[in-house]
Write a protein of this length. Structure first.
Length: 117
């Protein structure tokens, strides 16, 4: 499975950005797709995830501001980020999981999101 992320960039606090990630390859094994982020000096954390059936999970710090969605026909997952804060600044990584024991997660290349104050 290959993941190609796009979007990100520089935005002022309070602004919005969107990320997208297209999966290709053996996508039939994928159940959960999501976004992680890693800020300088911090551990990578889960931002949001969505299953094939549409069940979503969000880290508390983005609830009400970020929305994850998925187009299964296009094998694409989206992250709409509104009301961005400087603390959202990080490299964002697309992730895909088969949720099957023994199959490791897949990662896309990171895309930088910078929120200026």
């Amino acid at each position: 499975v290959q993941l190609q992320a796009s979007g990100g960039g520089l935005v002022q606090a309070g602004g919005s950005l969107g990320l997208s990630c297209v999966a290709s390859g053996s996508i039939f094994i994928i159940n959960t797709m999501g976004w992680y982020r890693q800020a300088p000096g911090k551990q990578r954390e889960l931002v949001a995830s969505i299953t094939t059936s549409g069940r979503t999970t969000y880290v508390d710090s983005v609830k009400g501001r970020f929305t994850i969605s998925r187009d299964n026909a296009k094998n694409t997952v989206y992250l709409q980020m509104n009301s961005l804060k400087p603390e959202d600044t990080a490299v964002y990584y697309c992730n895909a999981n088969a949720d099957i024991l023994g199959i490791p997660p897949y990662w896309g290349q990171g895309t930088l999101v910078t929120v200026s104050s």
